[in-house]
Ligand binder design. Structure first.
Ligand code: HC1
Ligand code: SF4
Length: 582
């Protein structure tokens, strides 16, 4: 460690730490804007471009960015002199001088870090007049890029390239013209963008945000000719409460159901039901592939890959076109739910599918893109009509004026409202494969699983390899690979491709932590502890359930008995399975 003084206070700081972290360790806050450090996932954005965090060092005339300047023995640092306050005000005014003044209508209003600083510094007049840029807005089905609002912090670039390894966003042009954009300033839809939304999750301003479908929901609910039903994803229930001041990880399932019913949805269903359905198909496929593999069938491949994360699907389609025979062909729970609703439930209810609106509430922005994929529609009518994020649901609840934290708990509607704990854990990394293992174990061995908790599959390391000794394949334990974050996924896939790693099954989720860390969740502003708490919240729901294996869900059994026959039957294939495209 080294001894330094910050604002006259003696501090012992680790040798290689920055002034910013040393100050933070004793509760001194230095304002930052471009800087973002999410150490636990290896994300560090340190372009030192905004100059908000400058400090005085040893009385030097030069000012130093505290986010990248390392502490040195004997340093004397001032973080809050009048001169520094002036400099920071000037920095803000310069940034604001060419920033569109659209706070009232900006989608990030209330969450924008530039807006927060402008408020803290009480910026009233902007002394400079900057030229406004006028780029076109890039309007994809999931993400909107409004690059006039970009402040060149480059957090999105770091996220997209270093963590997700998608390499879509780069600083292009020079000087005033410089922006972060896809190569050749293409639209996101014309690139390999996965719509993971992680760039949106770290953008401090309104330059990147989700495509907002809240008004489509309001209009659908107002249309008397339509039946409107809704499904709620696993990860939403442990995060939505944050928008209403509750601790991350608080289970607000019952309140969500009440809010959606009060909004006027005809039926409130659970995506979790469809997660159980996904396991029925995926575990059957796994069993068949294991049997084929053991019988040395040349057409059967292991490992099998989970396929419920649409950003991950887009990633493998774009980056590993030669590996498209590996993912399970099972559709994601969002899509299974919607197709069952439109092709089975609507018929039972005597409703034309064109008069049924299926809304999904997802922690994810890629789900909007998934809903828009052509193969998930029939004669132009999509299976999932509208997908909104957790944040958008919070907005709708606020617009309705519901006192969310005081709402009573209600139950989902039958028949698609009951689910096992295996479905809940879909929302966290490792959960889909744990859910599949609970079922596949029983189906492959014919034995009842005593302990459903596969602790070895849990955790938050980017790549985890775990063995299930209870399940033996050719004399060795069933091996599972798990990755979350697309960079980790790439690393794992490359090892599998080269033969360096041999596994029988893989789960990949595009976002760190899994869906709980999705791009549509309440903003975490770089605090990964929030995602850890959501993880614990999800696990607590699973632990608290009587029903913890998908194949024991009585409503799932009923669906097969009445409509689908067996898993992977002809009917199941037609409705519940899909294809991938290079
Ligand atoms: Fe997910 Fe899934 S778990 S992909 O993370 O398989 O989004 O929550 O809804 O479809 O169930 C997301 C979450 C979600 C699907 C399920
Ligand atoms: Fe990159 Fe994901 Fe953003 Fe697309 S959505 S630009 S892949 S970070």
């Amino acid at each position: 460690t080294v001894k330094i003084k910050i604002n006259g206070i003696e501090v012992e700081a680790p040798k290689n730490s920055t002034i910013l972290t040393a100050a933070k360790s004793i509760g001194i806050n230095i304002p930052t804007l471009c800087h973002l450090n999410i150490g636990s996932i290896g994300f560090i954005n340190n372009h030192a471009s905004c100059r908000m965090c400058v400090v005085e060092v040893n009385g030097n005339e030069n000012l130093y960015p505290s986010c990248e300047t390392k502490v040195q023995e004997g340093m004397e640092i001032i973080t809050n002199s009048t001169e520094l306050m002036h400099v920071r005000k000037t920095v803000l005014e310069l940034l604001l001088s060419n920033h569109p003044k659209e706070c009232l209508t900006c989608s990030k209003s209330g969450e924008c870090e530039l807006q927060t600083l402008a408020q803290e510094f009480k910026i009233k007049d902007i002394r400079f007049e900057g030229e406004q840029s006028t780029y076109r807005i890039d309007n994809s089905p999931a993400i909107i890029r409004d690059i006039d609002k970009c402040i060149m912090c480059r957090r999105c670039e770091t996220m997209c390239n270093s963590i997700q390894t998608c390499n879509i966003l780069h600083a292009v042009n020079r000087g005033f013209e410089s922006v972060v954009a896809p190569t050749h300033e293409k639209d996101l839809e014309d690139t390999g963008c996965t719509f993971c939304g992680q760039c949106v999750a770290v953008c401090p301003v309104g330059a990147l945000h989700e495509r907002d479908y809240t008004w489509d929901v309001v209009e659908a609910l107002a249309n008397k000719k339509k039946k409107v039903i809704v499904q709620v994803a696993p990860a939403v229930r442990v995060a939505l409460g944050e928008e209403f001041g509750l601790e991350p990880g608080t289970d607000v399932t019952g309140k969500i159901v009440s809010a959606l019913r009060m909004m006027g949805f005809d039926y409130v269903f659970d995506t979790n039901f469809a997660a159980d359905l996904t396991i029925m198909e995926e575990a059957t496929e796994l069993k068949k592939r294991v049997e084929g593999y053991l019988a040395k069938d040349p057409d059967v491949k292991l490992p099998i890959l989970t396929s419920c994360c649409p950003a991950w699907v887009k990633f493998i389609e774009h980056n590993y076109p030669d590996m498209l025979d590996i993912p399970s062909s099972a559709k994601s729970p969002q899509q299974m739910f919607s197709v069952v609703a439109k092709e089975i439930w609507a018929k039972d209810m005597g409703v034309d599918r064109n008069d049924l609106v299926v809304v999904s509430v997802m922690p994810c922005l890629a789900k909007k893109y998934e809903a828009s994929r052509e193969e998930f529609s029939k004669n132009g009518n999509p299976d999932t009509d509208i997908s909104i994020s957790t944040r958008e649901l919070a907005e709708l609840i606020k617009q309705k004026g519901f006192n969310f934290t005081n709402l009573p708990d209600s139950e989902f509607d039958a028949p698609y409202g009951t689910s096992s704990g295996a479905a809940d854990i879909f929302g966290r990394t490792g959960g889909v494969i744990e859910a599949a293992t609970r079922t596949a174990y029983e189906w492959i061995t014919g034995n009842e699983l005593e302990k459903v908790d596969f602790e070895q599959l849990r955790g938050l390391e980017g790549i985890r390899i775990a063995e299930v000794p209870e399940l033996q394949i050719e004399g060795s334990a069933f091996r599972i690979g798990i990755a979350h974050g697309l960079g980790a996924a790439r690393e794992l896939l490359d090892k599998i491709k080269s033969g360096e790693e041999v596994v029988h099954a893989i789960e990949i989720m595009a976002c760190k932590g899994g869906c709980i860390g999705g791009g549509g969740q309440p903003y975490h502003h770089g605090n990964f502890e929030i995602i850890k708490k959501r993880f614990e919240g999800i696990q607590a729901i699973d632990n608290g359930k009587e029903l913890r294996k998908s194949h024991e869900n009585p409503y799932i059994k009923q669906l097969y008995e009445k409509h689908l026959g067996e898993p992977m039957s002809h009917k199941a294939h037609e409705l519940l399975h899909t294809k991938y495209f290079a």
